[in-house]
Design a protein around this ligand. Structure first.
Ligand SMILES: CC(C)(COP(=O)(O)OP(=O)(O)OC[C@H]1O[C@@H](n2cnc3c(N)ncnc32)[C@H](O)[C@@H]1OP(=O)(O)O)[C@@H](O)C(=O)NCCC(=O)NCCS
Length: 167
């Protein structure tokens, strides 16, 4: 079965919240998602195999910066390129809305996510102390260079080749 990307809507939220609670120590609530989905500067996407939700992610555009707000893949579907495929989709959709840079916060200990983001050209540019309230863990702040440059386009092309047909 093929992996299909779609725009997240209210009808996805029951499954999104189920995965959210498994993937994150401080999960977002339904109301938080509903507020995010209303924002025109937001891009929220789902990845499905048939009817099964296997991952989702979202960005919020602030000026020309796309902030990666969330990204999660079902535990038994990880390491098959779905996270990378979701991120490719988010980069494409955010750029269409005018993004020139990508940024995010990630737990210091989240080596899987950091490794994934580094593949996308994110670099650690700073650290926020005790950012996560559940365990007071620090966050790394990561940024890409300008994603509209030929260098970044080449990086993206390579990633599309590798993960474009993930699943
Ligand atoms: C982070 C997460 C979304 C990655 O999803 P995924 O579908 O497993 O990632 P992919 O298979 O697309 O991985 C792409 C690349 O990222 C890196 N990567 C992903 N998981 C990794 C791991 N456990 N260890 C090391 N590198 C990893 C690898 O470079 C990988 O490339 P490769 O498999 O070709 O070597 C997933 O682990 C997850 O849902 N974690 C819980 C939620 C979370 O922490 N989200 C991030 C919040 S900032």
């Amino acid at each position: 079965m093929r992996l299909v990307m779609g725009e997240m809507g209210e009808e996805d939220l029951a499954e999104v919240l189920e995965l959210e609670r498994k993937a994150f120590a401080s999960p977002w609530t339904r109301d938080m998602y509903l507020r995010e989905l209303e924002k025109p500067e937001g891009c929220y996407v789902t990845a499905r195999y048939g009817s099964e939700l296997v991952g989702y992610g979202g960005t919020l555009l602030i000026l020309d910066e796309a902030h990666v707000m969330t990204l999660a893949v079902k535990e038994d579907r990880r390491r098959r390129g779905i996270g990378a495929r979701l991120l490719l989709e988010l980069v494409r959709r955010s750029e269409e809305k005018g993004a020139r840079f990508l940024t995010l916060e990630v737990r210091r200990s989240n080596l899987a996510a950091i490794e994934l983001y580094e593949r996308f050209g994110f670099q650690i540019m700073g650290e926020r102390k005790h950012y996560y309230l559940d365990n007071l863990e620090n966050a790394f702040i990561m940024w890409t260079d300008d994603i509209t440059t030929p260098e970044y386009r080449r990086l993206l092309e390579g990633l599309w080749e590798r993960y474009g047909n993930a699943g």
